[in-house]
Design a protein around this ligand. Structure first.
Ligand SMILES: Nc1nc2c(ncn2[C@@H]2O[C@H](COP(=O)(O)OP(=O)(O)OP(=O)(O)O)[C@@H](O)[C@H]2O)c(=O)[nH]1
Ligand SMILES: [Mg+2]
Ligand SMILES: [Zn+2]
Length: 309
């Protein structure tokens, strides 16, 4: 029977089948060799021998669509995507939470995270939270112009959360955003109860004890899941190839074709007749987006060179 993995702790998998029944399963057989960790060679041999799709892991993770038989996972269906940290598959949407105050908006982080989602082929929604503390309209305008859905919330007062709920239908959604922006408050407001208690416990432990808490998918409605990802706040974007970063800035795309040089980086003085730089001057691309693009490009380039030179 087909099922969705909603949690993995050690070698136990909580799954929900198509009739909405919960099972605790093991992964057996070709998926994982008696729970032993395979070495690289064995793993490669297994990968060739089996056809679990193009993703290079044999271990089910939260979000996986699987086949179950007698409380064992016998097959992982091909993933639409796979995020390493937090470990989760088949995410369809990310909600990026930015707070207007306490903490101040971190727009560089937002632009990094939006690029990550584009790179992974995941839809993005921006939630401007704590709109009770400051005016949201400026940020809202900038990112709506880029082409994203921007919602305003006051999670603490349950304002705007119902509208967000409409956007979550039929998705597996991950919440991302710096610590303290209100992710847990929003998720709790969506469910009408304290669903992230587990996550809050793990936050407390950050100071001292080193605990790992599992990624868990919570079913908001049928086919609608929210991922609770304790200890996680933002994605590592280092897998983006800096040379292709411009394509992850969706507001740049229409102007790239106007660049004189193929492979124009849109950064250096020496690159004359750059469509992107022209669009910034003309006010068609926001200055802050362009400045963040340059910062992220240089950061990725530096990290790349450190790794490979
Ligand atoms: N003024 C105001 N405060 C809010 C709002 N939403 C959340 N807060 C407060 O902001 C603080 C942080 O909220 P959390 O939901 O814990 O933030 P978080 O994003 O889950 O933080 P981490 O778990 O550390 O990543 C809490 O004290 C909330 O009560 C809001 O809309 N307005
Ligand atoms: Mg939290
Ligand atoms: Zn250019």
């Amino acid at each position: 029977m087909k099922a969705t993995v909603i949690q993995n702790v050690a070698n136990r998998y909580k799954v929900i089948d198509e009739e909405d029944n919960m099972h605790i399963c093991i992964a057996r057989g070709k998926l994982k060799n008696n729970n032993q960790v395979l070495n690289k060679r064995e793993e490669n041999a297994l990968k060739l021998a089996t056809n679990y799709g193009k993703i290079n892991t044999l271990t089910p993770v939260a979000g996986d669509k699987v086949e179950i038989e007698n409380e064992a996972i016998t097959k992982i269906y091909e993933r639409t995507n796979y995020i390493k940290r937090p470990k989760i598959a088949n995410v369809t949407q990310v909600v990026f939470v930015v707070s207007l105050k306490e903490p101040e908006p971190d727009i560089l982080m937002l632009d990094k995270q939006l690029a990550f989602a584009e790179n992974m082929g995941i839809k993005s929604i921006i939630v401007l939270n704590k709109c009770d503390l400051a005016d949201c309209s400026n940020l809202k305008n900038v990112y709506e112009k880029v082409g994203y859905t921007v919602l305003e919330t006051q999670a603490k007062n349950n304002v705007g959360v119902d509208k967000l709920k409409d956007y979550l239908k039929e998705n597996i959604t991950v919440f991302s955003g710096n610590s303290g922006v209100g992710k847990s408050t929003i998720i709790n407001s969506l469910f009408g109860k304290n669903i992230t208690e587990e996550g809050l416990v793990s936050e407390k432990n950050k100071r001292g004890k080193n605990t790992t808490t599992a990624v868990t998918l919570y079913e908001l409605e049928e086919n609608t899941y929210i991922a609770d990802t304790p200890g996680f706040s933002t994605f590592d974007i280092n897998e983006i190839d800096y040379k292709n970063l411009d394509k992850e800035f969706i507001d740049f795309i229409p102007f790239i074709q106007d660049c004189k040089y193929v492979g124009c980086s849109h950064i250096y003085e020496s690159e004359k007749e750059c469509g992107v730089k022209r669009a910034v001057l003309d006010g068609k691309i926001s200055k802050s987006r362009y400045e963040n693009f340059v910062k992220i490009y240089k950061e990725l380039e530096e990290n790349y060179k450190r790794r490979y030179n």
